[in-house]
Design a protein around this ligand. Structure first.
Ligand SMILES: [Zn+2]
Length: 464
């Protein structure tokens, strides 16, 4: 069982502004967290709210010491009681001492004993230390008052920042990634090796995405698709051969990636994205690529990004041809980076909800679907859509670069543009990028923060 934490970027900024004060003394804040649990694999805390203790509430605030009245802690315990949320105690070490001190051990044990006594034993709690450069180290306090190191802390927003205990400037880059290190440095190589990424859809864009992620040195991949290879896929399916026709797409890709042999851990799921096995993989991923044409699946991933603070990079490609004329009417690609604090796919108009409804119906209630189709109300079904490998691969490539830029930041100005659209059939570079400002929208997912970091709840993703 590993313990990890995801903090929204805005929460991290609040913590940093409060703790790393000019007075160079210790300060205190609390983070209220919900959680995401996959039994036996990972328990993940998700930040919901930051509560800071102002100076006048502190009894002592010195360079190596801080103390406060427990009444403020009890107020927070009261607040989270009914929802079983976890509390993280955060303080800073102004002199850079990069571990918990004996005083911390003693104080925290008493504090969390109080928490368990008052709020019960249904959830864990945690503590963090912020170092002068903003780096975080942390541990979880279990209900038996033992503590365990937090193995990964993700700060999620415009940037993706990873803090983990063995992060080091002495990292020995494996030989295979030397050239990449020359471009982007060791830290990126080590960060990528820490990531688990799920790729939803193993078709044209998904197969390209999975192979690019493999060669970048992503630590662990999960490939999700229940389709098999057809001969008509071979014009664009990376890693697939004629002899693979009839096999599961994810099996073919997995085999190919294993043969590359650079140590990528890989698992496959041959089911629809809302199945339990699939959801468990999504919940233990650090990031998800949406490589499907499936609008019902997109609706789920779109919500997932906000509920679980797990960025989703969703991509799509449309080719439209004028009937009988072989003339391109539209050749358009889209890449969307979804995270709490930014517009979602529904707000951006990137999900066809009518088609999503039909796809859902087809899956869950085939009889009704047939009826609807006979009455000619179904819009999604048509001739097979056109597909060209160069464009599907290009969109995959742009999407994976989106990930690189969010972690490494090689193009800072592009970080302000999470929604990108590319018109490949027009003159010029053909791209149009949209700023990601929240447009004060009414959307329940991206327009208000109730759902952000909500984590596990019934019903899942509050989808009835
Ligand atoms: Zn929205």
């Amino acid at each position: 069982m590993k313990y990890t934490l995801t903090i929204q970027e805005s929460h991290y900024s609040e913590l940093k502004n409060h703790l790393l004060n000019e007075d160079l003394n210790e300060h205190v804040a609390f983070v209220i967290c919900s959680r995401s649990l996959v039994n036996g694999v990972e328990e993940r805390l998700l930040s919901r709210e930051v509560i800071t203790l102002s100076n006048e509430k502190l009894i002592i605030s010195e360079p190596t010491k801080v103390s406060w009245d427990n009444q403020y802690f009890i107020e927070i315990l009261k607040k989270v009681e009914s929802k079983n949320f976890s509390i993280i105690l955060v303080h800073n070490h102004p002199e850079g001492f990069n571990q918990f001190s004996e005083i911390d051990d003693k104080g925290e044990k008493e504090l969390f004993q109080l928490a368990f006594n008052r709020n019960g034993y249904n959830t864990i709690h945690a503590s963090l230390i912020m170092l002068p450069d903003g780096y975080l180290i942390g541990r979880v306090w279990k209900t038996n008052l033992s503590n365990v190191q937090i193995s990964l802390i993700r700060i999620i927003g415009k940037r993706i920042v990873l803090n983990y205990p063995d992060k080091t400037s002495d990292y020995e880059t494996p030989e295979v990634f030397n050239r990449q290190q020359l471009a982007f440095g060791k830290a990126l190589v080590q960060d990528l090796s820490k990531l688990k990424i799920s790729v939803v859809g193993a078709g044209a864009t998904g197969s390209a995405t999975a192979l690019l992620l493999t060669r970048l040195g992503i630590g662990e991949l999960c490939l999700i698709d229940k389709d098999t290879v057809e001969q008509s896929n071979l014009n664009r399916l990376h890693g697939a051969k004629l002899s693979d026709v009839g096999k599961y797409k994810v099996d073919v890709l997995q085999q190919y990636i294993k043969e590359i042999g650079i140590g990528t851990k890989i698992s496959v799921v041959k089911s629809w994205v809302s199945d339990k096995e699939c959801i468990d993989h999504l919940k233990t991923s650090d990031l998800i690529f949406g490589c499907t044409d499936d609008d019902a699946g997109r609706i789920l991933l779109n919500r997932f990004a906000y509920f679980y603070l797990t960025p989703v990079i969703d991509m799509g490609l449309i080719i439209q041809v004028k009937k009988d004329m072989n003339e391109i009417q539209d050749l358009q690609g889209r890449v969307s980076y979804l995270y709490p604090g930014n517009d979602c796919l529904i707000t951006k108009g990137n999900i066809n909800t009518q088609r999503a409804y039909e796809q859902d119906l087809k899956r869950n209630n085939p009889e009704s679907y047939k009826k609807l189709k006979n009455e000619a109300y179904v819009i999604g079904e048509g001739d097979p859509s056109p597909a060209v490998v160069t464009f599907t691969t290009q969109i995959a490539s742009i999407s994976v670069n989106e990930l690189l830029n969010r972690i490494q930041g090689y193009n800072p100005s592009l970080l302000d543009f999470p929604h990108k659209q590319f018109f490949f059939h027009r003159y010029g570079d053909g791209s149009e990028i949209f700023p990601g400002n929240i447009s004060n929208n009414e959307c329940r997912i991206c327009g208000q923060s109730n759902y952000w970091g909500r984590g596990d709840m019934q019903p899942f993703l509050d989808m009835a």
